[in-house]
Design a protein around this ligand. Structure first.
Ligand code: PLP
Length: 364
């Protein structure tokens, strides 16, 4: 028998979350962002649920090929554009739309021989300072692209640094709107956080929203808001089982480093999951976990292949009991990936992307 660990991808939840993001910006088209192998879910596993999107956005050309191989004939956007000139051949062959964020990419396009003119998304650095043309250089980049026979249509794009937080998007939105006011072309500005928090403004919705994390059932602004607040559903469950039970007496410890010491008699379940499965090693005593759908806590350190949980709130639990590390338990109780991530000082993004290859995955 294989180890009893299993990840489950929830098709209906993916559909629900995509519909939820569409409802946040009903007059805009929606890219389903499937970079990083659909945030660790697996592009092939989410494709059926997300094919209702208007397009797929990603970074990696091999991932774009996988989306085409699934039979998708609609738009695919390379969010970082091409990485070297010959990538443009693949864009021509597969009809990929691509971001243009730097002069090199314009020069490569100008030298590219193609029968098929390209659709490009010209990216402005409106304040994030990762990718894009500075505002004062944006219009000349637009004019250069507009003059190229290799370019069929230019859309306008930027990305917000603080859509999930107190600084907000106003400063970047002003820059983007000022510079692009009289330029033609579709616009795309908003990730999940901007789409959920700021899309009452039609300029924020633009023509295309780019939701990623919310589609995968994580609240982009946790802990200010949780998935229940945003009406999102978990799309990934990581579950395992109790492998062994230990009865601790006061003074007994659990696991490496003896970081947990019992102060009263306590029953401990040892669970088949560890950091080699993608469960974060930074989770410490107190991290929430569900045993048979009942909330309890992690105790002691996370090992490579095992963790220990406190069975006190679940006296009926024992060898073989279901343990939900995040997602939805058999009884329907939800433990959001955001809560577990917060216990490890990180984000739901990192946990779902880090699901380890050794974990078997089923789609339901
Ligand atoms: C990843 C990414 C997104 C999606 O962001 P979420 O926070 O996951 O919604 C949108 N736009 C760009 C350019 C991205 O790189």
């Amino acid at each position: 028998m294989p180890r009893p660990i299993l990840a489950t991808i929830h098709t209906e939840a993916l559909r629900h979350n995509l519909a939820r993001m569409r409802a946040a910006a009903p007059d805009a088209k929606a890219w389903a962002v499937v970079k990083a192998n659909a945030y660790g879910h697996g592009i092939e596993r989410v494709y059926d649920a997300l094919r209702g999107a208007d397009g797929f956005a990603l970074l990696d050309l091999a991932e774009a090929e996988r989306v085409r191989a699934l039979g998708w004939r609609g738009p695919i956007l390379l969010l970082e554009g091409v990485f070297e000139p010959r990538d443009l051949e693949l864009c021509s062959r597969l009809g990929l739309w691509h971001a243009v964020h730097c002069d090199e990419q314009i020069e490569w396009l100008a030298a590219h021989k193609t029968q098929v003119p390209h659709r490009v998304f010209l990216k402005m650095n409106s304040g994030m300072n990762r990718l894009g043309f500075a505002p004062q250089r944006f219009r000349s980049a637009w004019a250069r692209l507009d003059a190229l026979p290799q370019v069929e249509e230019i859309s306008l794009m930027t990305h917000f640094s603080d859509a999930d937080g107190p600084r907000g998007i106003g400063h970047q939105l002003r820059v983007f709107n000022d510079v692009t006011r009289d330029l033609p072309g579709e616009r795309s500005l908003s990730n999940s956080a901007a789409s959920l928090r700021h899309a009452a403004d039609p300029a924020v919705r633009g023509d295309w929203i780019r939701p990623g994390i919310a589609v995968y059932g994580s609240a982009p602004d946790y802990p200010e808001h949780d998935i229940a607040h945003w009406q999102l559903q978990p799309t990934m469950t990581l579950a395992s089982r109790v492998l062994a039970v230990q009865q601790l007496q006061p003074g007994d410890t659990v696991g490496y480093g003896s970081s947990f010491t019992a102060d009263a008699p306590v029953r401990i379940g040892v669970v088949a999951v560890g950091y080699a499965d993608g469960y974060p090693r930074h989770c410490t005593t107190g991290t929430p976990v569900l045993v048979e759908g009942v909330r309890t806590r992690l105790v002691g350190r996370v090992s490579m292949d095992m963790v220990a949980v406190d069975l006190t709130p679940v006296p009926q639990a024992g060898f073989g009991s279901e343990v939900t590390l995040w997602g939805r338990a058999g009884n329907g109780v939800v433990l959001s990936i955001d809560e577990v991530a917060a216990s490890a000082g990180t984000l739901g993004y990192e946990l779902m992307c880090a699901l380890a290859p050794r974990v078997p995955v089923v789609v339901e």
